[in-house]
Write a protein that binds this ligand. Structure first.
Ligand code: PLV
Length: 319
């Protein structure tokens, strides 16, 4: 398959969110990508650049990067090995196997699985696919901003997104740079317990978390990528690193399901909570965002690791 593997996703105005915020909110519906999340943009791009002659790809993942790698590999006709931690839902493992991938479960969190993926790449001579840390990934993810610019036709007042290992953040910043829009505030959301970017921003250096205690397992890298940290330290960009609780992320998932009729992962709930929990309004009150804000774009990153059963289990655990 020659073309890109991702699709141009809809940019939808959300009446419910706009009403809450007092400014127009647009949803970039990355949940409707073929692999279920934005990950296919960067991973599809990286695989097409690096893996066409490859014996196969090996990707470590909390779930969604693996889904994207499995999808891209199938389209390219190369084998895929996905290494996930035990926190990845069984249902996601099955979905990756349905894409033809071989799945290996190693360790408790993504960092453990990643060690094994790096070892397998070395031993088997497979192309290693990082879920968030490669310039080609960021270049691929940047297409999301080019599409937003095209659909919106004007500069947004702010962009809201979730941060795991920081790949989406780096991609969006790359896209904003290409558009000459680096002054647009980027609200970088994490849950407490999966907050490696916020910890690094606060410490002024990369921080490795002891453990991932949040249920947003797909935000669960213990250390953010170096590039994301460097961007946070640079005057070139305007990044606001913010945290919500798991309860706020879960509540946001539920409100989004009720109002927009779309079920997304906790990892995505963190970004949605920036609107639903009143965080953006608070940033305006504090003068960290302008009181009169232009249209806010929320990247609905999506995620395959959720269904009604997962949602019920999360509610039992968290509420
Ligand atoms: N998930 C990665 C890393 O997990 C993965 O392997 O799938 N939203 C969703 C639905 C995600 O799956 C992820 C990353 C993010 C947001 C954050 O993206 P990042 O890692 O590029 O900051 C451990």
């Amino acid at each position: 398959m020659a073309g890109p593997f991702h699709v141009n996703t809809p940019l939808l105005e959300s009446t419910g969110m706009s009403k809450r915020l007092g400014t127009t909110v647009y949803l970039k519906m990355e949940n409707s990508q073929p692999s279920g999340s934005f990950k296919i943009r960067g991973i599809g791009h990286l695989c097409q650049k690096l893996a066409s002659q490859s014996k196969g790809v090996v990707c470590s993942s909390g779930g969604n990067a693996g889904m994207a790698a499995a999808y891209a590999a199938r389209k390219m006709g190369v084998p895929a090995m996905i290494v996930v931690p035990s926190s990845t839902p069984e249902m996601v493992v099955r979905k990756m196997q349905d894409q033809g991938a071989t799945v290996k479960i190693v360790g408790k969190v993504w960092d453990d699985a990643n060690k094994e993926a790096l070892r397998l790449a070395e031993v088997d001579g497979f192309t290693y696919v990082s879920p968030f840390d490669h310039p080609l990934l960021w270049e691929g993810h940047a297409s999301v901003m080019a599409e937003v610019a095209c659909s919106l036709g004007l500069k947004p007042g702010a962009v809201v997104l979730s941060v795991g290992g920081g790949g989406l953040l780096c991609g969006v910043l790359h896209g904003l740079m290409t558009l000459g829009w680096t002054d647009v505030p980027v609200i970088a959301m994490e849950t407490i317990g999966a907050h490696c970017f916020n910890a690094a921003v606060k410490a002024g250096e990369l921080v490795t978390l002891d453990d991932i205690t949040s249920e947003a397992k797909c935000l669960g890298a213990k250390t953010v990528c170096q590039k994301a940290f460097e961007c946070s330290q640079s005057d070139q960009y305007n990044i606001l690193s913010e945290l919500v609780t798991d309860q706020q992320a879960l509540h946001a998932m539920e409100t989004f399901l009720d109002e927009e009729r779309v079920l997304v992962e906790m990892a995505c709930g963190a970004a949605l909570a920036a609107v639903y929990s009143g965080l953006i309004n608070r940033l305006q009150t504090e003068g960290r965002l302008p009181a009169l804000l232009g249209p806010v774009v929320v990247i609905v990153c999506g995620g395959s690791g959720v269904d009604m059963q997962q949602l019920s289990q999360l509610k039992l655990k968290l509420l």
